[in-house]
Design a protein. Sequence first.
Length: 215
Amino acid sequence: MGKEAKGVWGLLADGESDGKLLWEPPKLIFRGAVRGIFQGHALRDLRVEGADLVLTDGTRFTLEPGEADTWLHAIQNPPSRLDKLGVKVGQTVVVLGVDDAEFLDELSGRAEPVEADEGVDLLFLGVEDLADFDQLEDLIGGLAAKGAIWIVAEKGRGAPLKDTEILAAARGQGLVDTKVFAFSKTHTALRFVKRKGGAVAATTVADEDEGFDEE
């Protein structure tokens, strides 16, 4: 969902240098001899001047001709929650135990949840205790070849389940965790896929500023 460009000339308050520019929503990151991380107000009045992407405070990044416009569009149109969760039109989506009216409303506008026990592209499973994992074996059997399960759980120190408990329970059913996402202000989602050939995949964080149960 992000963008990356190398060989970008950056003019920042602390100096100027050649470097790499990254868009990792909601952060614009510049890495060179001079470094900077920009978000929120810094991107509010973002504009293009020739080949330059110019920020609110006058910080500017010189990109390849024509690239500044594509960066401006990407930053001004960040991916939605459904985009980050990988929800696409036409997918078979099942929701179990997730009581989030706002999410369900968003979801219905793109992929109306259905009741299905096979060919499931995305399954959202809300969990509150370890007993909720007893149904995983049957649910895994209903996944499509490239299907995934998002386990949605309360986050924070007072959460009934710790991240280590969730990981252990899911891995014990032959699942591999691949991504963490800040699902809402109160819940986190962890994405799992079926293990292939015994390989273990690395977990990645969808939102860098909000890790799994770590705020």
